[in-house]
Design a protein around this ligand. Structure first.
Ligand SMILES: [Zn+2]
Length: 171
C-alpha cells in the first residue's frame, strides 16, 4: 500500500521523533489499514505504554489518524490508528527546512566572525571581540589565544546547506 515510503524515509521520521521503537511501529503500521494500540503492542512486542507514547507523538505531527469507537461490552473507548503516508513527505520536508535554517544561521556566524583559541581540550573558541577583551589570553586556562582557522568548518557547512537546498528544490 505504501510503496512510496521506503525504509530509509521511515528511519528518518522515526529518529527525528527520538524514539527507537518508532521504526518498528511505523514499519508495522505501513502494511495495515487500521489497527488498535492493543493489537500493535501484541504484534510488535512493544510495551503498550510505549506504543501509545509513540502514537501520540505521530498524531501530533498528523502522521497517523485516529478513529474512536466504543466497546459494546465494556463501554470503553477503542482507538483505531492509521498511518497517513501523504503526511510523511511533508513532515520530512519540514524537518529538513528546520535543519537548513539552523545550519544557515551557523554558517553565517562562522563566516562573519574571526575566532581565537588556546588549543586546550575542553576550552572553547572565542570571537575576536572576546579575545580583545581577554587581552588574547584564555579566560579558562590562561594560555595565549591564537587565531583559529574555521575555513574547513565553513566548507563543510556550505556543503551541507547546498545539499539541503537542492533536496528542498531551492536551488
Ligand atoms: Zn583555554
Amino acid at each position: 500500500m505504501l510503496s512510496t515510503i521506503d525504509d530509509a524515509t521511515l528511519m528518518k521520521v522515526a529518529s527525528s521523533l527520538g524514539e527507537d521503537e518508532a521504526v518498528k511501529l511505523i514499519d508495522h503500521l505501513k502494511n495495515l489499514d487500521e489497527i488498535t494500540d492493543d493489537e500493535i503492542a501484541n504484534k510488535t512486542g512493544i510495551r503498550l505504554n510505549s506504543v501509545r507514547k509513540i502514537l501520540y507523538k505521530l498524531y501530533d505531527h498528523s502522521l497517523v489518524s485516529l478513529r474512536r469507537t466504543r466497546d459494546p461490552k465494556t463501554g470503553w473507548f477503542i482507538f483505531h490508528w492509521k498511518l497517513q503516508p501523504d503526511q510523511l513527505e511533508g513532515f520530512i520536508l519540514s524537518q529538513k527546512r528546520r535543519v537548513l535554517e539552523k545550519l544557515s544561521v551557523r554558517l553565517e556566524y562562522e563566516t562573519n566572525h574571526d575566532f581565537y583559541y588556546c588549543d586546550t581540550t575542553g576550552c572553547r573558541r572565542v570571537t575576536f571581540e572576546e579575545a580583545v577583551e581577554a587581552v588574547f589570553h584564555c579566560n579558562a586556562c590562561g594560555k595565549p589565544l591564537a587565531h583559529s582557522d574555521n575555513g574547513k568548518m565553513i566548507t563543510v557547512l556550505e556543503g551541507k546547506v547546498g545539499q539541503l537546498r537542492k533536496e528542498l528544490g531551492e536551488q
